[in-house]
Design a protein around this ligand. Structure first.
Ligand code: DGY
Length: 327
């Protein structure tokens, strides 16, 4: 079996695969064009996919009919047409749980960085503008007892809510497809409608899986309804927010600040005026970028592929329906 890995992953995953005596193909130059990437895929049996640069859509599956399984090095699978994969009986593995702590840490970090204008102040120091003490300049806000609204309260959202509650005694409200009984029981989280979420959150943090129906869900008309002191945090997918509308809402002070680990588009332009604002902090999609998180992802991706190679169900599968006929 030929396993194509488009970018090198932590050693733990490679070692696990090597023990299976598969042929591992990693390109020397990892910055592949779509054409180059497709050629590698056409020569492989299974893929371990790193990143969201390439889409696994209908055209892909038609162009690469040999592909039998895909193990994603991510929890998100918005770059895969799951229905198309399932129709072709191709299991799609993902890496849940192992990055929940790391990603929620980044949401928590952004919340505080924005609340205290950390990026802006750090830039001032770097620019040599550390001026004398000013009682009125660039004041932040405190988070104690405020309301954290979570859009999509799954594993990562739960971790974020728990941290915010422990650190700042924040009240948790959430909007989700389903009720999260554990969060309601353990954190006293309250299920609210989407409108109630945007109108009542002091901090609104997105932790949902991205689906095309949610493209630009957070746009000007939504930001307009949010509280003027509110902080918008997105560590999920840039597609959730309309970035020009976010800028407009910030400039017009409809909302107070924004912390983004994902942008729209991604990567964003260094000239984007949003970067000039003092209550904005942007990180380059580093949610899972810890040694622990990335090793965990490598292990889970390898486990998924090894299970497939041994004719077993992938333990972490985004389309378990592929197994329903055989179980
Ligand atoms: C994920 O795992 O989905 C992260 O966003 C990295 O792509």
């Amino acid at each position: 079996m030929k396993v194509f890995i488009n970018k090198m992953i932590p050693e733990i995953g490679i070692k696990m695969l090597e023990e299976e005596r598969v042929q591992i193909i990693v390109p020397e130059n990892e910055n592949l064009s779509r054409e180059e990437w497709l050629k590698y895929c056409q020569n492989a049996d299974v893929i371990l996919n790193v990143g969201g640069d390439f889409k696994y859509d209908k055209t892909f599956f038609e162009t690469c009919p040999n592909i039998k399984a895909i193990a994603l090095y991510s929890v998100g699978f918005d770059h895969v047409d799951i229905k198309e994969a399932s129709q072709r009986n191709i299991p799609i593995g993902n890496t849940p749980d192992v990055l929940s702590r790391a990603t929620s840490d980044v949401a928590f970090l952004l919340m505080q960085s924005v609340a205290r204008r950390a990026s802006y102040n750090f830039q001032k120091v770097k620019d040599g503008n550390w001026n004398t003490f000013d009682p009125l300049h660039a004041l932040g806000q405190e988070l104690y007892g405020k309301t954290l609204g979570i859009f999509g309260l799954g594993r990562i959202g739960f971790e974020m809510a728990e941290k915010a509650q422990k650190a700042f005694d924040m009240k948790i409200i959430y909007h989700n497809r389903n009720h999260n009984v554990q969060a309601e029981k353990e954190l006293g989280a309250t299920y609210v409608s989407f409108d109630e979420l945007i109108e009542n959150s002091d901090v609104l943090s997105i932790h949902a899986n991205f689906i095309p129906e949610h493209a630009n869900l957070f746009n000007y008309s939504v930001f307009q309804k949010m509280k003027p002191n509110s902080i918008f945090i997105n560590t999920a997918r840039g597609g959730f927010h309309h970035q020009q509308d976010l800028y407009k809402a910030l400039v017009e002070k409809k909302i107070w600040g924004a912390g983004l680990d994902v942008t729209n588009p991604e990567p964003m332009s260094a000239d984007d005026p949003i970067l000039e604002l003092s209550s904005v902090c942007v990180l380059p999609h580093i949610g899972s970028a810890t040694i622990e998180g990335r090793n965990g992802m490598a292990r889970l991706a390898a486990e998924n592929l090894i299970a497939f190679l041994n004719g077993e169900k992938m333990p972490h599968c985004a389309n378990p329906e592929v197994y329903s006929d055989h179980s």
